[in-house]
Design a binder for this molecule. Sequence first.
Ligand code: P6P
Length: 281
Amino acid sequence: MIEVIEAIEKIAIRIKGAFIEEDISYSNTINATGDVQLKLDIKSDLIVEEELSKVYTLKEIISEEKEHILTINPDGKYTIAYDPLDGSSLADVNLSVGSIFGIYEDGISGENLKAAVYVIYGPRVEMVVARDTVEMYKLGTNNKFKFLNRIMLNEKGKLNAPGGTQQYWRAYHKKMIDTLFSRGYRLRYSGGMVPDLHQILLKGGGLFSYPGTIDKPKGKLRMLFEVFPFAFIYEKAGGKAIDGKKRLLDLIPTHIHDTTPCFFGSNEEIEFVKKSYKDEL
Ligand code: P6P
């Protein structure tokens, strides 16, 4: 596994460099889920594919930017599902974005997830690695990642990151979100899953939600390379991750680009979601 983490460190350094060197305008292509690609999306995906292809334990890769699974070495051990540059459209307004990696073994359901990693490109480049624990690293001026600290969520937090188009929220979801704000929760939502979830992890907890909505009943965020990795990270940090009722890591995708409604948070907030959704789904 260490060889995978070392490859992700190289990827992070190269993508950081691409922000400065590359043209970050839109290309004339779309990805497998219909998103118009930034040239940076394509460049980032190429960087990830190049560096992961050197990992001798890698079997195959699944990318948000690729329609199908790409086999690298049929005798390899790990399947890595990744979003090379999540929230890339925020790059052209100079907000933080991130790369997300799920490292699976012997299958690609939640129970096969052995590790999850994300890199956040902001004022600093930081990497969070979850295996049995959740550890944060910072990229130094020597281009080396240095361990900073372990991440643990409080039982209850103060932040609320409500995703999805509000005009398409179901009434019970709106009531739940409004209740949290009436209890003094602070709104923290940039539209970038990586910085929004990173902030809740580092600021002690709260709730991130991207629900099923009238226009997107299955939500927007992709199971294999966005939702499962963060569900793994939040659980290892002492929190929970559900789809409104069920544990996210118990879900079984039928397609590599499947999406699901998702709620990530501290234990008290997730219990409140379960109570709010109890008679609805
Ligand atoms: P909305 C970015 O496009 C992304 O995939 C996630 O990073 C983010 O959480 C979500 O979409 C934001 O979606 O509909 O709130 O703009």
